[in-house]
Design a protein around this ligand. Structure first.
Ligand SMILES: Cc1ncc(C[n+]2csc(CCOP(=O)(O)OP(=O)(O)O)c2C)c(N)n1
Length: 288
């Protein structure tokens, strides 16, 4: 299979220069390669899209897919994975989708180590609804809903996922397809909750290409299995750098850990729940 075999006839409506094209052009070769080498047959892949410009990606990849509602890619993906553990489920969510309306789902997926992949198209605005601020917009951002500024610092989503127990944490950039391909492949193959925050530039409402181009660098000599090192690198950039600041923005895999997944724990948990029901009933009967 070749990446072009994964094309569809849906007309693409993203703006010229949109960072979503890089994500699309990275995921297709990865899925084609995994299928071709027999590691992950395409029939076992399910793509889950949120609502936003990012969500349209599921229309542009010829694979099984599910359009969810805004903020709900992760619970839908979790349900698919629990119902059929043979499937490999990949969520495409926006920063509005995953860090605002759907933030609790992100935290719980990380905590439970649900065996799914979350790729976040982090353009740091609501793109589809024309440029309102999101949890990762910097405090100096002037947008449609905040024309006089925001003055609220952004969250660092990597730090949230790290603190919540995420077992694979990475950051990519929409101006570097080779790195995106590596990150997507590793994330998809990781057993557990894989989280990739992609700095995906919205060329129309928040064009950060120059800001990022001058500051991004790839992590080297970094041990993702070392929690202290991971924490230090995750905190190196706080998403709030001023446009002209001299910060550096690391890209790559920050953290990786092997631990039991929610699916494995869920099987044990649900059988225990049944026992527990019986035990509670018996206690009540004894009591009454
Ligand atoms: C439950 C619900 N809340 C809000 C909306 C309105 N809405 C549609 S898209 C969107 C924001 C999209 O932003 P983001 O998730 O960052 O995706 P992008 O368009 O930037 O890719 C919002 C708030 C909705 N459709 N459904």
């Amino acid at each position: 299979m070749k990446p072009q075999d994964l094309g569809t006839t849906a007309p693409n409506t993203w703006c010229p220069g949109c960072g979503n094209f890089a994500i699309l052009n990275a995921i297709k070769p990865v899925l084609a390669e995994l299928d071709e080498e027999g590691t992950l047959p395409l029939e076992n892949v399910v793509l889950v899209g949120g609502i936003g410009c990012h969500g349209k990606i599921v229309d542009y990849v010829g694979a099984n897919s599910f359009y969810t509602i805004h903020g709900r890619t992760i619970p839908v993906a979790t349900g698919i994975k629990l119902a059929n553990p043979d499937l490999n489920v990949i969520c495409f969510a926006g920063d509005g989708d995953a860090y605002a309306e759907g933030l609790d789902h992100l935290i719980f997926a990380a905590k439970r180590n649900v065996d799914i992949t979350a790729i976040i198209h982090d353009n740091r605005i609501y793109g589809l609804t024309t440029g309102q601020y999101t949890p990762t917009s910097p405090s100096w951002f002037l947008g449609r809903s905040t024309p006089e500024g925001l003055e609220v610092p952004p969250i660092n989503p990597l730090e949230i996922v790290f603190a919540s127990g995420g077992s694979f944490i990475a950051r990519g950039y929409s101006h570097g397809i080779e790195l995106l391909k590596d990150l997507f492949r590793e994330a998809i193959l990781h057993r557990g909750f894989s989280f990739v925050d992609v700095l995906q530039v919205c060329a129309t409402y928040f064009n950060l290409y120059k800001h990022y181009n001058d500051r991004v660098y790839n992590l080297e000599d970094h041990d993702p299995e070392n929690r202290a090192q991971a924490e230090e690198k995750i905190r190196e950039w706080d998403y709030n750098s001023a446009y002209d600041s001299d910060v550096s923005i690391p890209l790559g895999i920050f953290y990786r850990e092997e631990r039991p997944t929610f699916g494995e724990n869920f099987a044990k948990y649900s059988s225990k729940t049944t026992d527990l029901d019986g035990a509670i009933k018996k206690t009540l009967e004894d009591y009454i």
